[in-house]
Design a protein around this ligand. Sequence first.
Ligand SMILES: *Cc1c(COP(=O)(O)O)cnc(C)c1O
Length: 431
Amino acid sequence: MLHKNLGINENNHLTFCGYDTVELAKEYGTPVYVMDEDLIRENCRIYKTALERNFGKGSMPLYASKAFSCKKIYEIAKDEGLGCDVVSGGELYIAYKSGFDMNNVFFHGNNKTEKDIEFAMNCKLGYFVVDNNEELTEINKQAGERNIKQKILLRITPGIDPHTHKAIVTGSVDSKFGSAIETGQAMAIVKHALSFSNVELCGLHCHIGSQIFECEPFTDAAEIMIKFIKQIKDETGYETKILNLGGGMGVRYIEEDPIIDYGKNIDTIAEKIKAYASNNGITMPTILMEPGRSLVAAAGITLYTVGSVKEIPGFKKYVSIDGGMPDNPRYALYQSIYTCFLANKAGDKADYTCTVAGRCCESGDLIAENTKIANPVRGDILSVLCTGAYNYSMASNYNKLPRPPVVMVSKNKKYIAVAKESYEDLIRNDL
Ligand SMILES: *Cc1c(COP(=O)(O)O)cnc(C)c1O
């Protein structure tokens, strides 16, 4: 099976974290997101222990909460001793409401508004990860009005292309994020930050992309960042205290993807970083990482019910489900590949090649093309695997489909973490 929390039981049904998924579909209706709390916690611990083992206390993972954001997940991250990163006032609000320690919250984004900054300061946000000069100036101004010294990191673009899909590559020079070292803009913003009296520059951040399976892109980025830290020290005397290496470790969406040992990867990356730091004669900064996908993706599946099965002779076969791009827009957005599975025929030979289509009035509303599943009929339960990241968090109400509920399961309990939207919810803001 794709992940260790999946299995097949005596009824030929797909199991997830030990639960019969056909029973879950019956109990909660479809579509439904199901999340494995045990696996989320296990992944949090792998990152946390690996970072502490290699870099000591203070070094910790920050959960990149845009991957999956609801009150419960912030509670879990907090409980496991993680910090978190947020990319909007909305995410910050949910973290705040869930009781997250604001000292360990990092606020990202390439265009924070005056209101975002004000709201974050009202919440006593720990760190802004400052993207640009305008934002830096505004943060300094608002901090000055409050008579505080706001802690910040600067987002730096190391110029690494991790060879993933173009739309999610963010570390190369022409990125909309951060300031590039290569163009001199990174050094300029460092000096700018050091010149302000109401911001405290605590360190640097980079995020090179997503769905990265190898260690090299991270060690390459770290090497560039360490050299830059040395250059900053030489030119200004400033010693960088925190180096945040971002997120981006890959997850296994299909059988062809490798299985990744995140702890071992961190060990490998750590060894190189320490060597770079010592070679450059700089004090090791506190290392932070921001995993999103790798904490929650494999901990989620989506269950749907099959409706129509349409065979167009000489062309294709469409299997339509009762959800689609509103609950998982990733195929429509950038052709992300998923593994589909008939949960009630889990052990049957998967030799029916088809396009899995959503129910929206949009030809591009597809979940998978040329995917192989068991022979489908109306009423079957179709599961899409590895949907814990960037599905619920990207969901919309397009075609006015209410968003599915999120059900959390673990060995000894199951509960609804996010309720299903109702038709009334769809008009709650309509005047
Ligand atoms: C998206 C993002 C992450 C998380 O990326 P994953 O691929 O989900 O691990 C971390 N940091 C920043 C700044 C991001 O934009």
